[in-house]
Design a protein around this ligand. Structure first.
Ligand SMILES: Nc1ncnc2c1ncn2[C@@H]1O[C@H](COP(=O)(O)OP(=O)(O)OP(=O)(O)O)[C@@H](O)[C@H]1O
Ligand SMILES: [Mg+2]
Length: 236
């Protein structure tokens, strides 16, 4: 699913969180948004998902203007957000949490197939499917949160800092699964990260957000190789 964000501005009271953001996310690709704390990354994803409503501008997915639509109308179109800091139900089992992602779907056979699919992406979740979600490690909880999002059958999956606070090994597993999802199903992915290196390694196109505006954008080859960009925006 293609996403086009045009002249998007978002305000919290009188504070400007995003100003005049223009962005294109290409169908079937992984695109990342990187930038420091407070840059507006979460605000951007929340606005595309419909969680944040106080905005100017337009959000169009595959030629459909979703700007006036509610969160659940957007989920039905396949616009799915996997939010920052996981937000599982700690007292429910891993499998109950994962299946919650399918709450708008009716076809039981397809739901079952997708459950098997997420278990192949994250085998540890299958082993622990009966365990209470609150007892999982941070990395496993992140896997469960992504699995739950996949159960909503995303056409555009937005991931807000999926590697936050995880060990290098867990990060590698999470990023491998994201790439595998993109390759095997062609799911369009919009990835937000503070840590630029991993995000640039898996993405084809990158936007650098700073203080609510796009400071620079381009093919990741260009963004990661350009010494000035690296110094000025990536701290590399
Ligand atoms: N609900 C809110 N009310 C008021 N201000 C907010 C609200 N949410 C975010 N902000 C402000 O908007 C700006 C952008 O925040 P946002 O969470 O989008 O940044 P971020 O890039 O995701 O940061 P981080 O890397 O820390 O997650 C910040 O200055 C933040 O304090
Ligand atoms: Mg954030």
């Amino acid at each position: 699913m293609q996403l086009k964000v045009s002249d998007l501005s978002v305000f919290y009271g009188s504070a400007v969180a995003l100003s005049n953001v223009n962005m294109d996310v290409h169908e079937g690709k992984i695109t990342c948004v990187i930038g420091p704390n407070g840059a507006g990354k979460t605000t951007l994803l929340n606005t595309v998902a419909g969680v944040v409503k106080q905005r100017e501008g337009r959000i169009v997915v595959s030629e459909i203007d979703v700007t006036p639509m509610s969160i659940s109308e957007r989920v039905k179109l396949g616009i799915v957000l996997c939010p920052e800091r996981r937000r599982l139900f700690p007292g429910l089992s891993v499998e109950e949490n994962v299946i919650l992602g399918a709450y708008l779907r009716k076809n039981k056979d397809e739901i079952k197939k997708d459950l098997e699919y997420v278990y192949t992406l994250f085998p540890v979740l299958k082993e622990r499917r009966k365990q209470q979600a609150g007892t999982l490690s941070g990395g496993e909880q992140q896997m469960a949160a992504i699995a739950r999002s996949i159960m909503s059958r995303p056409n555009l999956l937005m991931l807000d800092e999926p590697s936050l606070g995880l060990s290098p090994l867990m990060r590698e597993r999470i990023f491998n699964a994201i790439v595998e999802l993109n390759r095997s199903r062609g799911t369009t992915i919009l990835l937000v990260e503070q840590d630029a290196s991993d995000a640039l390694a898996v993405s084809e196109y990158a936007y650098v957000l700073e203080g609510g505006h796009i400071a620079v954008h381009g093919e990741t080859e260009y963004i990661s190789r350009n010494p000035e960009v690296r110094r000025a925006y990536l701290g590399l």
